[in-house]
Ligand binder design. Structure first.
Ligand SMILES: C[S@@+](CC[C@H](N)C(=O)[O-])C[C@H]1O[C@@H](n2cnc3c(N)ncnc32)[C@H](O)[C@@H]1O
Length: 205
């Protein structure tokens, strides 16, 4: 991790009064509780603050205003806190690790609401591969949470949700981007050095 990212991460924690800055391996934390998800997971690391905002800047404001944000692999909740600075309808975060989920809950409850524009924050302890994703328009965020097989499963769950709307995918460190290419209707609309933004229109839309 470059020094500038390390210091902006520490500054984030200081400003918000939370703990998100860490690098942890899921299988070292609680192998039994995460089960088979551990074999597909990468590691915990919080998203660099400026890069999160840079990816979200590609999503038009009217989409933000009518969408639910979902952090796939919410870790300690940093991306959820950053997303709460935008006027989403709701901000969810799905995390498979019980201990990271507990930290995220504490962070969300105790964080200083510095620039808060969405107050409906919902951390969820679940496996993002098989979670029931919310209906309607979604902006999903992935900071390289897992391997291709797990991403394929999560995409199938997202696309199979009830009353699916438009889906925007913010993918930081998109090492498994070939999984997106498998769908004709998922179009990459922007690329940054560190990630991409893709869009899938609503079914029939
Ligand atoms: C690189 S961290 C990203 C943390 C957070 N999104 C952020 O940007 O600050 C990836 C997270 O994905 C979680 N994860 C991995 N596999 C998962 C799964 N199947 N379901 C839910 N969370 C998962 C890990 O526990 C880890 O917290």
């Amino acid at each position: 991790m470059p020094n500038s990212e390390r210091s902006s991460g520490r500054r984030f924690d200081h400003d918000y009064g939370v703990t998100t800055h860490a690098v942890l391996f899921l299988t070292d934390l609680e192998p039994e509780a995460v089960g088979d998800a551990g074999a597909h997971a990468t590691h915990y690391e919080a998203v660099p603050v400026a890069e999160f905002h840079a990816l979200l800047a590609h999503v038009p404001p009217d989409i933000v205003a009518r969408s639910t944000f979902v952090d796939i692999g919410a870790g300690m909740g940093r991306a959820m806190l950053l997303a709460s600075e935008y006027p989403f309808r709701q901000v969810c975060g799905v995390e498979v690790s019980p201990s990271l989920y507990e930290v995220a809950k504490e962070n969300l409850a105790s964080a200083r609401p510095l620039r808060r524009r969405c107050n409906d924050l919902r951390p969820v302890r679940a496996d993002a591969r098989i979670w029931t994703y919310p209906p309607g328009d979604l902006v999903v965020f992935l900071f390289n949470p897992f391997d291709a097989e797990a991403l394929r499963a999560a995409l199938a769950s997202i696309r199979g949700r009830r009353r699916a709307g438009e889906t925007w995918i913010l993918y930081h460190t998109p090492v498994e981007r070939a999984e997106l290419d498998a769908y004709d209707d998922i179009v990459v609309v922007a690329e940054e050095r560190f990630g991409l933004v893709a869009r899938a229109a609503a079914p029939g839309g």
